[in-house]
Design a protein around this ligand. Structure first.
Ligand code: UDX
Length: 455
């Protein structure tokens, strides 16, 4: 099939390359000419494991092309995915849907035959319906542009796998009980290789799918995405709140998380206590969810998310406070190695990164913070040009009074504490992600401290 993907960030570029991997002819579109030029050469402008390989393969095979030209896109395809960003609006909590709207207003008048818009971006509930109204207004006489919603659940670091092997496929359509429309059929046809992977002909004929498929209305599909992210954020903040109590009571939150996580109803995943969540999704999505609920008159329903947000932001301050305490009440003149800058490992994304946030706060308190990250240094330098940077983990630890693990990269977990001890000035390590082998560090002479571990 021929399809186009608007937006070539973590979501759009991954989706475009993954659709080519399924055998489709794909055109990626972005307004950023520099980004398009790199992608067209087969280069991924950000770090995402596994993506460079499939991108290059399909740029070379000719299945995947990139352009900044909307008219070319309108001519090329009849299935258009939206994967542009919906950042937090300046000055308030709501999501900025300008880029999503721009796709429809630019594309609709250029169409010469009926087509489908598939929204993948995370949007406030009601957006899809509004886009449908805009599409109806803007398409030429006799041309129908149908809007369907297909939220994306991919995690950075696992984006290709999450796209090609999703836990479920959710498709929102205007009327889920009616006969399948052109839009619904085209989208399911595009996902056929995912939906029926490994099925026998009989299973396929019986309408079974290999990946669970949920067809629902537009509003539910939009809400599925923000609800999933709000739940994950709540789970992380729950364990971080309990972590605060553990600190006060002298208990160990990691053992507690293991124990409650063994209950199948709870599960251990996303009970990792530490510096909390950051990134381009969870923080902004819970805020946008609250803002949208407020607009709908259901603000009371989500006031707890304010607390989820507050608990999360408090982690960063608590970490800085722990650093101050372990340094005897002041950081002035001290040198602190901050290992990690990305908001999570296997990513170079520093949007709302707890790691960089604490590095900034440490330096405000008079410490000399020296940051190292295996992938995110370039992005960090752009955002925080005044922080100190090193080009290796041991380099950052050189002369450090204090070492903080802020992102749980495997490389940091595997660090040999004796090598750190050989270059550092002090013998204190703060484990911001509860990821280090504690005994090893203690055996090497370090004082090991972490949030939520009173012992
Ligand atoms: C998230 C959702 O998981 C994904 O489904 C959605 O499509 C986009 O938002 P992502 O932002 O890539 O994905 O990261 P995720 O792996 O969910 O981690 C989010 C943040 O939570 C990171 O900062 C991570 O360090 C933190 N986290 C995660 C914890 O603090 N503890 C945990 O136990 C798990």
């Amino acid at each position: 099939m021929r399809m186009a993907v608007f937006g070539t960030g973590y979501l759009g570029a991954t989706h475009a390359a993954s659709m080519a991997e399924l055998g489709h002819e794909v055109l990626g579109i972005d307004v950023d000419e520099a980004k398009i030029a790199r992608l067209a050469k087969g280069e991924v402008p950000f770090f995402e494991p596994g993506l460079p390989e499939i991108l290059r393969r399909h740029v070379d095979s000719g299945l995947l092309r990139f352009t900044t030209d909307y008219s070319e896109a309108a001519e090329f395809a009849d299935l258009f995915f939206i994967g542009v960003g919906t950042p937090q609006r300046k000055g308030d909590f709501a999501a900025d849907t300008t880029y999503v709207e721009a796709v429809v207003t630019e594309l609709a008048p250029r169409l010469t035959r009926s087509a489908v818009i598939v929204g993948k971006s995370t949007v406030p509930v009601g957006t899809a319906q509004r886009l449908q109204e805009a599409a109806d207004r803007l398409t030429p006489e006799g041309v129908r542009l149908e809007v369907v919603w297909n939220p994306e659940f991919l995690r950075e670091g696992y984006a290709v796998k999450d796209t090609l092997e999703p836990d479920r496929v959710v498709v929102g359509v205007a009327n889920p009980d009616a006969e399948p429309t052109f839009g619904r059929e085209r989208l399911l046809e595009a996902y056929e290789p995912i939906l029926s992977a490994g099925l026998t002909d009989e299973q396929r004929e019986a309408g079974e799918t290999a990946t669970p498929l949920i067809i629902t209305d537009l509003a539910t599909a939009e809400l599925v995405k923000v609800s999933a992210n709000a739940f994950l954020a709540t789970k992380i903040s729950f364990i971080n709140a309990v972590s605060e109590v553990c600190e006060a009571a002298g208990a160990d939150v990691t053992v507690l998380a293991d124990a409650i996580g063994m209950d199948k109803r709870i599960g251990r995943r996303f009970l990792g206590a530490g510096l909390g969540f950051g990134g381009g999704c969870l923080p902004k999505d819970i805020r946008a969810f609250m803002a949208r609920a407020g607009e709908l008159g259901a603000d009371q329903a989500l006031t707890f998310l304010r607390e989820v947000d507050a608990i999360n932001m408090r982690r960063r301050e608590k970490m800085v406070q722990l650093a101050v305490d372990t340094m005897g009440g002041s950081l002035i003149g001290s040198s602190v190695a901050v290992l990690g800058a990305a908001f999570k490992p296997d990513s170079d994304d520093v949007r709302d990164s707890p790691a960089l946030n604490i590095a900034g706060m440490l330096s405000l308190k008079g410490a000399q913070a020296v940051v190292f990250d295996p992938q995110a240094l370039e992005n960090s330098r752009r955002l925080y040009p005044t922080l100190g940077y090193a080009d290796s983990a041991l380099g950052a630890c050189e002369g450090a009074d204090l070492v903080i693990i802020a992102t749980e990269w495997k490389e940091f977990v595997a660090l040999d504490p004796r090598e750190v001890a050989a270059v550092a000035r002090g013998r204190i390590v703060l484990d911001g992600r509860n990821c280090l082998p504690r005994e090893r560090w203690e055996d090497a002479g370090f004082e090991y401290r972490a949030l939520g571990r009173g012992r």
